[in-house]
Write a protein that binds this ligand. Structure first.
Ligand code: ATP
Ligand code: MG
Length: 390
């Protein structure tokens, strides 16, 4: 008999009519994510997803850690399997939960029976195991109202399972349940976090990177690929779109006022992102902008930036402090890669005095010097697409 992993579904449980749909997405995501760790049978009963290893080669620790990063799951526990016999269940609980029982001041037992032919009711079983456990661990008192530790017993068709205190899952909604977005992914700290936050709300993401070779190096591109790879633990597999941006930047530098360089460049990013979005059925553009962080992230600049597109622009970190963004970046393990010192295309040709409060009319006037459509099409037609897997 093999241990299993139990996953608790999060808020999709509350979604009424859409619930089945969301659950299918979640199960699909779990199956894909755990495939790397062995052959598992994965299915849902009520709000719990059961992950059962099919052979002894399964990497249970790996699967357990991976499951904690799947959006839509709020808690993850590992359950020990044993024979469907009350004394076998007690012995398993005694051994498997010894540390937890010794560390807790109070506990209770909660039993569930999927197999109704089991000769005790749930209440009888809980009382029986609870009594034996309190004899075995005399420092831990039974408290059925507010216990520190809850011991769970489940009688399923082919075995009984014992588990306690789950570890928290990442929460959110299953990737894909709420549609698709494009997410502008630079090599910095903020945009991996904003990409993660958007995915957490159940969207699947197409990351887009603007690349200005040779002003930015091959290493800068590798860094973005690495960030995308780290994000797949949360976002699932993705197709990274690398947009050649050099010609656009040179054109702006040569033909537009220096203090408007950044804002005009950002409007190009938006136009190209929207074109990618339209081609892929994406309904919004996500960026890592944060209010007041730099000159191009004033409300005026953000307003002018998004004026040239029709899709909503979602900025998950817009109201977070840098320290809060860094905290998330560390948690999701993108931080160390983000701080590698390679140039981003935004730092090439940075104006000495960028306009913090650009006026739309002057920007549109300055853009008249450029072949907007031609430049957008040229960049779009030369996109490099890279499949990103875990
Ligand atoms: P980050 O830490 O994400 O690089 P930032 O604070 O450096 O953000 P900016 O460089 O002004 O801010 O960019 C703001 C946002 O624009 C980024 O968060 C990202 O979403 C997008 N962006 C900037 N540069 C690029 C790029 N080269 N490719 C794709 N998106 C970019
Ligand atoms: Mg940046």
């Amino acid at each position: 008999m093999r241990d299993i992993i139990l996953l608790k579904q999060g808020e999709i449980v509350l979604k009424g009519l859409n619930r089945k749909n969301f659950e299918m997405k979640l199960l699909g995501n779990i199956r894909r994510r755990l495939k790397n760790f062995g052959d598992f049978n994965i299915y849902a009963v009520q709000s719990t997803v059961y992950v059962e290893p099919q052979d002894d080669d399964c990497d249970m620790d790996g699967a357990f850690e991976a499951a904690k990063k799947i959006f839509g799951i709020v808690a993850v526990s590992r359950a020990a399997a044993c024979e469907k016999d009350k004394d076998a269940i007690f012995n398993t609980a005694k051994m498997y939960l010894a540390d937890a029982m010794m560390g807790a001041r109070s506990f209770k037992v909660e039993s569930k029976r999927a197999d109704k032919s089991f000769p005790m009711t749930s209440i009888q079983l809980s009382q029986y195991i609870g009594g034996l456990l309190s004899e075995e661990f005399p420092n831990t008192a039974v408290d059925v109202h507010d216990p520190e530790l809850t011991v769970h017993i489940e009688i399923r068709d082919y075995a009984a399972f014992v588990h306690c205190a789950p570890e928290p899952g990442v929460g959110g909604m299953p990737v894909g349940a709420n549609g698709r977005v494009v997410s502008l992914l630079s090599g910095g700290i903020d945009s991996p976090v904003s990409t993660y936050m958007a995915a957490k709300r159940g969207v699947s993401v197409i990351p887009v990177h603007f690349f200005s070779f040779p002003y930015t190096s091959e290493q800068a591109k590798q860094k973005v690929i690495e960030l995308a790879e780290i994000l797949t633990a949360y976002c699932g597999r993705m197709m990274l779109e690398i947009v050649p941006f050099t010609h656009i930047q040179e054109e702006i530098r040569d033909k537009c006022p220096e203090e408007l360089f950044t804002i005009i460049m950002r409007r190009f990013m938006m136009r190209i992102a929207e074109k990618i979005a339209d081609a892929n059925g994406c309904k919004a553009i996500v960026t890592g902008e944060s209010l007041g962080q730099v000159a191009s992230q004033t409300m005026e600049a953000m307003g002018v930036t998004e004026e040239c597109v029709n899709l909503p622009v979602i900025r998950p970190v817009v109201c977070l402090d840098k320290t809060e963004i860094v905290e998330i970046a560390r948690k999701i393990e993108t931080f160390d890669t983000s701080i590698l010192p390679y140039e981003d295309c935004c730092t090439v040709f940075t104006p000495r005095h960028p306009r913090t409060k650009p006026r739309l009319e002057e920007v549109i006037e300055a853009e008249r010097a450029l072949d907007l459509q031609g430049l957008v099409d040229e960049a779009y037609n030369n996109i490099e697409r890279i499949r990103i897997r875990q």
